[in-house]
Write a protein that binds this ligand. Structure first.
Ligand code: HEC
Length: 124
């Protein structure tokens, strides 16, 4: 008995769906709690700032780029992706002054929020 012609197509569709789901899952790991990440209260405050101000463009825990380079391991390497030294002064400059396609946060963050954010960025 010949099988219905559609079967291979349905199988292919199923395979594509499964593969796509797996690939997407790599970027959307379940969000870890502050406790699971072992964050101190100040680091957790910084994470709130990050979520509100940075997360729309930068991934924190995936090395993939979103609308901008991932900030995972930002301070673990000597240089940022743009070639600028990855230290507190230079990173603070970028946050306060912005870059070509990144908004400046000088008027948008209090000194306390900036301090908390920097402490959090060091955990990435
Ligand atoms: C609207 C999108 C957007 C937002 C929001 C944003 N950025 Fe960016 N950011 C960018 C883009 C685009 C670049 C790369 C631009 C460039 O280097 O000229 C960048 C670059 C950076 C870099 C340099 C990264 C590297 O490795 O070269 C750092 C550090 C950074 N952003 C931190 C932050 C922090 C911290 C926040 C939150 C306070 C933030 N950004 C919010 C778009 C954004």
């Amino acid at each position: 008995m010949p099988r219905p012609k559609r079967a291979p197509f349905a199988l292919l569709t199923a395979i594509i769906l499964i593969v796509t789901t797996i690939l997407l899952a790599c970027d959307s790991e379940p969000r870890k709690s502050d406790a699971e990440l072992g964050l101190t209260p100040q680091q957790a405050q910084g994470r709130r700032v990050y979520d509100a101000r940075c997360a729309e463009c930068h991934y924190a825990y995936s090395t993939h780029d979103l609308r901008a380079p991932s900030l995972h391991g930002l301070f673990k390497k000597p240089f940022m992706k743009n070639g600028i030294p990855a230290n507190d002064d230079r990173v603070t400059d970028i946050i306060l002054l912005g870059r070509a396609k990144m908004p400046a946060f000088q008027q948008k963050l209090t000194q306390q929020q900036l301090d908390d954010l920097m402490v959090y960025l060091h955990t990435l």
